[in-house]
Design a protein around this ligand. Structure first.
Ligand code: SF4
Length: 709
């Protein structure tokens, strides 16, 4: 749909990037191949006219001179950067031939289609699963983003849905916990600051460093990484002790309030403070603020999902509004994600009717172990011999980077990468295919952080010979004799049928509406007719073996997880050899590595930096700007020190993810992060690392020298 403002042709779409906001966009279309400014739609009530700077300047990205334009075949040693242009037919024939060869020699499960959230469009992101399901290739278990936190939320409420996030604007106390929203989901701030402006609400920010969101807070709570559960218990202790618990609500809506109260008797603010580092008086006053404010809104974020105890921590924080009964009030309750509200039939998109449950599912986070032959990670099945990778850059973003790189260096592994830029993963591929960006194809979107369903139609022609993910999957299916009705349909026809099959009308109607608000009504969103567990109660006592998450098996030490909210000391503890805890929090301008090619993002983020408390720096004889090497049992990487008293002593924060080649020695930050299984369903604990630090022997490359090879 288009509208015209003076001479500008304004078209509408949805931001596809890996961000809960899925912003509604107004895009200036200059001609059939060119866009101008991108703005947030003022009409869509969650976006409310605000988008992040990196997408506002999207023309820099979509018209970037380094975009991949033609299929390429490796012509030199792996990693040499030597490629020759080939035709699409040659490229797809080669991939199909190598997949068939792997299947003949090692079985269908030796082929592993691998993808993630470089686009959140349902057809372009998830269509690769249809190929895997029809061909009985190894299935993909996506754990890198939110699996850990989702388990914690569902353990309490029974499903992944919460209060309308727009209700933050009607809250009197907005608690932003575990998300640097200014950097990663700017719309949270739109609604939270509206509450402050219009109602005098206070904003509380809880995080491991004084980030850009915390700078806007009325109440700042700076805690040690992986200790949120302790803080939550200390707060609930005060709520029970001082008469702020809503006894009527607890009796009606929760499973075991008396047991919880008894359990919390020993979880005093003093106990919590010793673990999380937050002074006792701050815990007491935060608890009082919650207890005295009926409309307390807990916006819980992805920070919880980056810790080995993240599920238990998310559950502990989520218990607080159940103790006070804040769920009853407009502007009160909690929200993490709206995964349960969409109810879309994705059979066509993913080929769900072709799944063989006996086919193994390989955990995305364990790619390093999988490619280096770890039998546990391979689930005792055949080695992975061939891959197609779409929408992700595991050589830079996956944990255990040393293993990942060793795996991709294998001579006996065939890798095809379908990408927009020559990422560090594409540089190790045998075949590289050029991919469209979201304005160059049709797709269907919803936002994890809100409630709008929308179609993003193709607005301009792609450059060169770029093809969409769906076109590539179609081309491979034809060559691999993979049969499914959706391989014969266009992306738009799949969207239309998916909507129809889900009782949501068709694609034309949705596109004409621009978006559709699917927010459940007030009673449902606030669980006023009961929570989603069979007993209708909020569960203080988590049953981790039965958390409702589709198709996720149990993993990690789930039997050791605390049932009642607690501090679960399973995080990597510092020791004499590793005296620092490291969090790899998201950099404002990169969105993982999606924007590391964009000039203004690179210029804003500069060199890889580690935030270090001045007292820690003094002990290491490190001055501002010095190169510092961090290391642990998994590897070493080098960053530049930024002295910063907005972290607790002993805590380091590296805003990420810079390209590996931006670090001296070429190992990126994820050389330090682990992929050991996180309970209860797997995942990667990116903020949960013990490390040592020392002044580096050699400096990092200058920002000018950080150029793509
Ligand atoms: S805030 Fe998130 S969804 Fe919105 S434009 Fe930026 S990256 Fe896209």
């Amino acid at each position: 749909m288009a509208s015209t403002t003076s001479s500008l042709d304004i078209r509408h779409s949805t931001c596809p990037h890996d961000c809960p906001s899925a912003c509604a966009l107004d895009i200036e279309v200059i001609d059939q191949a060119k866009i101008g400014r991108v703005r947030g739609s003022k009409q869509q009530s969650y976006t409310a006219g605000v988008i992040c700077a990196k997408v506002a300047r999207y023309a820099e990205r979509i018209h970037h001179p380094d975009r991949l334009l033609y299929p390429l075949k490796r012509s030199g040693p792996r990693g040499s950067g030597q490629y020759a242009r080939i035709s699409w037919d040659e490229a797809l024939d080669e991939i199909a031939m190598r997949f068939d060869q792997a299947e003949r020699d090692h079985g269908a499960e030796s082929v592993w289609p691998y993808y993630y959230a470089g686009t959140m469009g349902l057809v372009m992101r998830d269509g690769i699963n249809r190929l895997a399901n029809v061909k009985k290739y190894s299935r993909f278990f996506g754990t890198i983003c939110s699996t850990i936190a989702r388990a914690g939320f569902a353990a309490g409420t029974g499903k992944i849905a919460g209060v309308d996030p727009r209700e933050m604007a009607k809250s009197d106390l907005v608690v932003i916990w575990g998300t640097n929203a200014v950097a990663t989901q700017v719309n949270v701030m739109t609604h939270a600051t509206r509450a402050r402006k219009e109602r005098g609400a206070r904003i509380v920010v809880i995080d491991v460093y004084d980030n850009e969101t915390m700078k806007q807070a009325d109440i700042k709570i700076l805690l040690r990484p992986g200790t949120d559960g302790a803080l939550a218990c200390g707060v609930m202790h005060v709520l029970f002790r001082d008469g702020y618990a809503d006894r009527d609500y607890l009796a009606r809506y929760t499973d075991c309030p008396d047991e919880l109260e008894a359990h919390l008797a020993s979880r005093t603010p003093q106990w919590a403070s010793a673990i999380c580092g937050v002074p006792v008086d701050e815990i007491e006053s935060f608890a009082r603020a919650i207890g005295q404010t009926k409309r307390s809104f807990f916006r819980l974020g992805h920070g919880f999902t980056r810790s080995r105890n993240g599920a238990a921590q998310m559950h502990a924080a989520l218990c607080i509004p159940a103790v006070t009964g804040a769920w009853q009030y407009e502007g009160g309750g909690a929200f993490f994600n709206n995964g349960a509200i969409w109810r879309l039939d994705k059979t066509l998109i993913e080929g769900l009717d072709s799944i063989d449950p006996a086919t193994r599912r390989l955990d995305q986070s364990k790619i390093g172990r999988i490619l280096t032959g770890d039998p546990v990670a391979l689930r005792d099945g055949p080695p992975v011999k061939a891959m197609l990778i779409q929408n992700t850059n595991p050589v830079t973003v996956a944990p255990e980077q040393a293993l990942v790189r060793r795996g991709f260096a294998r001579d006996d592994l065939f890798v095809a990468v379908h990408e927009q830029f020559m990422t560090e993963t594409a540089q190790l591929a045998d075949i590289v295919l050029p991919a469209t960006m979201f304005m160059e194809h049709d797709d269907l979107y919803y936002g994890g952080g809100h409630q709008h369903l929308s179609v993003g139609a193709k607005l301009i022609e792609p450059p060169g010979e770029c093809r969409s993910n769906h076109q590539v999957i179609q081309g491979l299916a034809a060559r691999l004799n993979a049969k499914h009705r959706a391989f014969e349909l266009t992306a738009r026809a799949i969207i239309d049928a998916t909507l129809q099959n889900s009782g949501r009308g068709g694609v034309d109607a949705l596109q004409a509406e621009l978006w559709r608000d699917l927010q459940p009504d007030f009673r449902a969103a606030h669980y006023l007719d009961g929570f989603a567990h069979p007993d209708g109660k909020f569960h203080f006592k988590a049953d981790w073996s039965r958390v409702a998450l589709s198709h996720a098996g149990l993993d990690g030490p789930w039997q050791q997880m605390p049932a009642l909210p607690d501090h679960w000391a399973v995080i990597e503890q510092v020791d004499d050899a590793h005296p620092f805890r490291l969090a790899t929090s998201p950099a404002r301008s990169f969105l993982n590595t999606s924007f590391t090619e964009t000039p203004s993002s690179r210029s804003r983020e500069g060199r890889p930096t580690v935030l270090m408390h001045p007292a820690d720096a003094a002990k290491l004889d490190v001055a501002e700007g010095d190169a510092v090497t961090l290391g642990n049992q998994r590897g070493e990487t080098t960053l530049n020190a930024k002295l910063f008293d907005g972290v607790r002593q002993g805590v380091l924060v590296a805003e990420s993810i810079h390209p590996n080649h931006a670090h001296a020695g070429g190992s990126g930050i994820n050389v330090l992060t682990g992929a050991d299984p996180v309970a209860p369903h797997g995942g990667a604990a990116f903020h949960d690392n013990k490390v040592w630090a020392r002044k580096a022997a050699s400096p990092n490359p200058s920002p000018v020298a950080i150029k793509r090879s």
